[in-house]
Design a binder for this molecule. Sequence first.
Ligand code: SF4
Length: 379
Amino acid sequence: MQWGVYIHIPFCRQKCFYCDFPSYAGKEKLMEVYTEALCQQIEIQGLSFRQKWGKPATIYMGGGTPTALPPQYMAQVLQAVNDYIGQEIAEFTVECNPGTVDAAYLQLLRAEGVNRLSFGVQSFQDELLRRIGRIHSGEEAVQAVKMARQAGFSNISVDLMYGLPGQILADLQASVQQAEELSVEHISIYGLQVEECTAFARMEEMGKLNLPSEEQAEVMYDYMTTALPELGYRRYEVSNFAKEGFESRHNRSYWHDVPYLGLGAAAHSYLAGKRYAATADIAEYIAGIKAGRDVRALEEEPTREHAMEEFAFLALRTAEGLSRQAFADKFHVELDSVYGEVMAKLSEQGLLLVDKAGCRLSKQGFKYGNVAFAEFILD
Ligand code: SF4
């Protein structure tokens, strides 16, 4: 049985100005008890799923900032993973903030079975990093990747952002060049979105956020989506580019309807067609685990229509697109009988490429994905 594990570490040294993820700064005092609770959950749930389904194909530890955990706590979590979920996992990724790792930390990760790192770099320009509230410098990011290589990592991803306050195309070009010089295997790109309840949302309200214009952001997007493939990074998903063979297996499983177990506060799970989310309140999570209570705050069983929409959205994010066969296997109905008209309309508009195997977004379709996705919503 193919399945994956997501482990959430909800701590950060400092909250980035754009971030609305379930992550908290200034909660260091909870790290020890959180680690204990997480290890307990890994032992009970991780082991039970392993006994049922065998060893998972992928594990992804995200956050938050997993590497904000002091090394002794990280070692405990990795030990629990090795003991109860499995060793030599085909792809075991840990998200890293370049400002929180040193050579010894990276060696610990590698020695305990982690074989892929995802660095939240965002930019290699110090001024931009400062403006978005990151805790590291461009040089620290460069050194972190180099130290990871020395620690034995041969599968490294970096995140880069565009549309940042005061960012110009030349900044982005310099960041892409730097990532290429480091020969990273994978690059994820994100356009800045101003989310509610973030420092940037407050700055925007006060008229203090100097964002690039829509046209400038579009030029940056066009540059990234053209330059990265030219440099050998194939676009295999809306936001993700990889050298051949280095596509993230864990992310692919999200897009291909593979079940996954979430462990930790705020972690999401997808099991037997249902979606679950654990409470994002760290103290509530810890108390719940210690008392043997169910820590799930949300349980959703999508309607058949919602399940079809979600299946379509997730598949359309990928370069392979939406497969007729996979859709029919899952829903026992032909793709055309549900989405035939939509596919014809979007194909006419140049946003969708339709063939015998199914349909996928065109280059324009990727760019205006929201327009295309909206059409796949069933009444
Ligand atoms: S390090 Fe990541 S999770 Fe933490 S505040 Fe910044 S963007 Fe959010």
